[in-house]
Design a protein around this ligand. Sequence first.
Ligand SMILES: [Zn+2]
Length: 450
Amino acid sequence: MSKSVRRRMLIAAAVFAVVLTAAANTGVVKKVLSGDIVQFGDTFIARLTGLRAPRLGEPLGREVYEFTLKELESKLVQLATWTTDNTAAGIVHDEQGFPFVLIRYGSYSRDKGFEACFNEVLLKKGYARVDPKYLPDDLKHFLDLEKEAREKGLGIWNTASGASETGPNRPGPASAPETGYSIFDETMVDMPWTDVEKAAKDGAVVLMTTAVIEEHGPHMSCGTDTYFGQLLCKLVRRELAAKGVKAVVAPPFFWGVNSATHVFPGSFAIRPETTKALLGDIFASLKAMGFRRIFIINAHGDGQHKRAVIQAILEALKQPEMDIRYLVSADDVRQLGLTGESPSWVLLHQMPPDKGAKSPDLDIHAGAGETGLMAAYFPDLVDERLARTLPPTKLTRAQIGEWLKDARKATPLGYVGNPAGYDTKEALANIPAWVRMMAEAISDHLARAK
Ligand SMILES: [Zn+2]
């Protein structure tokens, strides 16, 4: 049996386990992952049949996500999987392997069952468009619901709001990234200067990533860290906005120290002094614009790079009025020998426990972890087929010195870990938790500082 067939059957078996154990096809929605993707239990993630809702970075994406969240999260619903026949193997999945479901919800009566079909509700409100590629024959009436919403100019069909800028009749690509590929998307770079000035006057905080451009194996973009750091900044900004905290995202700082991977083409090696000096100029510029609080979200594991960033912060803090915080994870604390109490500029937040941490083999660079994140959010920048063929490096913690000394000799393909073992669903489930934690660390800090 091929691997993919076996995987499909495992997924199908998991679907049945959920359905069977959740008496009469009902289950509680554990988490809403996007406008049309929901999670039941710990591992079963499903997509709504016959439609496509805008993703978070797309017009109306946030509104639709919040609507699905309000309607479905933690609620008891009835779910039916779309099957081509009555076997587990006949369950239809999308390109990412998510099985399709029809969800009924709302109040329940003995004769009529659950009150409404959520898939239909989204279409009626103009919160989704029909996905003709995945429309079962018995749901052809979805086309009428879509047409009605379009004629009424609801939701995505409201051209006055500019919400349908992606073209009303063009379904977005199935692998559309969560937030767009432009690294300036949702940053102050895309704002006119007058809005930047107003944000500073309103006391907005600045979020900035300090990721780098470096090789990430033969299967991924050299911009992996930058894209990911930028994504975190964007998502944290939205989470803060929901808490009433105004924030702007600075352009990503993507130059930095690559003490291990600089021996590969595609990696830029910036000296720690240059990194520090450039960051210092950026902090000074932000101060001149009127910003006083800056939060750094790092997305590059190099110890020398992190130290350079922290030194630049310490230097900038010598200027009065500035509050610059580096969001450290438990890993940073270990690596940099930091403590929670001092120095006072360190802001501690806990990342969810890293599964790989228990394994003796490292998965620290372009391995299962990072490949999963990229496959989840930037699928066009990962060669997933190649990733599944790459053997694990099995580099142990004790051998890390060899990698730092000559990465090309220790890991000729440029990754450390097990890219083939990546899990898109796990990444999709983890990121919202990280983002919430970071936003909480920031808002807690702001509350204390007041
Ligand atoms: Zn990386």
